[in-house]
Ligand binder design. Sequence first.
Ligand code: UDP
Length: 309
Amino acid sequence: MRILITGGAGFIGSHMTDRLIGEGHQVVAMDNLVTGDMSNIAHNRSSSAFEFIFHDVSNHIHVTGPLDWVLHFASPASPIDYLQLPIQTLKVGAMGTHNALGLAKAKGAKFLLTSTSEVYGDPLVHPQHEEYWGNVNPVGPRGVYDEAKRYAEALSMAYYRQHALDVRIVRIFNTYGPRNRINDGRVVPTFINQALRNDPITVFGEGHQTRSFQYVDDLIDGIRLLMETPFNKPVNIGNPNEMTILEFARLIIALTGSRSEIVYRPLPEDDPKTRRPDITRAKTVLGWEPRIPVEVGLRKTIDWYRGAL
Ligand code: UDP
C-alpha cells in the first residue's frame, strides 16, 4: 500500500511510519515541523519506501499518485504546545482534518483520525468509555485542542455518513516512549529529564490528579488492528494502569536512581482530575489490550533519554 501520514515527523507519526515501512508499505510523511522533528525520520530518508513532504496540512493538501490510507496524526499534542499555538491547533484539528478527509475521499482511501482522551475533558465518568460525551470547557485554554478534536470527530463521522468514507477514529490516551520531545512539557519527558539531571521534579497541584500511561508500541499495535477492522466508531486505546502524578514522580525517581526532590507548582487551568481508559471496546472489537508494563516501557524510555542527553 501507499500511505500518507500527516504529522509523520512527530512522536507517534514517526513510529507509525517505521511500522508500516517495516511491513513493506510505501509511506509519504507530511509535516510542517512545528512540533515534529526531522531527527525522528532521518533513518528513513534514504529508503525508497519513504517520501517526505514539508507542508502545513491546514492548507490544501496535494499528493500525486494513489493513496490507500490517509492517517491524520498532525497536531500539537502537549498542553504547553497548544497553549502557545492555540490558533494553529484549532486550524489543524478543523481545516487540517477537513483537508485530509477531502484527500482521502478523492483518492478512495481509508481514513484514520487520531483523536484523544481530551474529548472527555475533565471527566465526570470514570473510567472513560466511548459512549461518554465528556465535560469540556470550550472557552478555557485547553479548549483549543479538545474542541478541535471533537469537531474533527464530528467531521469524520459526517464524511462517513454522507460520503461513505471508510473512517477510523482512535482516542489516544497518555502515550510515552522514545522520540517524545525532551522539552515538550508533558509529564513523562519532563519528569524523566528532571530526574536524570537531579533537578527538582515539578509536580503540578498536589499531584493527586491521575493519568494512565501507555507505551508507544502498544498504541501502534492498537491502531494497526483498528485499520484492519471495519469499525467506524471511536475506540479508546490506552493502558488502564492508573496512578496519581505524585506516585508517578516517585516511580521515575526510583527507576532513574535520581537524587531529585519533589517540588509543587500551580495546577494548570482545567487540568483533568482523573483519566483512565475503559478499553472494553478495544478488547472486544480489536482483540487488543496493552502488553507492556509501565516499568518496562519506562526503562526503555529512560534509556533513550539518557542517550539523547
Ligand atoms: N504535570 C506535572 N508536572 C509537569 C508536567 C505535567 O505535574 O511538569 C501534570 C499535569 O498537570 C497533568 C499530568 O501531569 O495533571 C499530565 O500532564 P501532561 O502535560 O503530560 O498531559 P495531559 O494528560 O494533561 O494532557
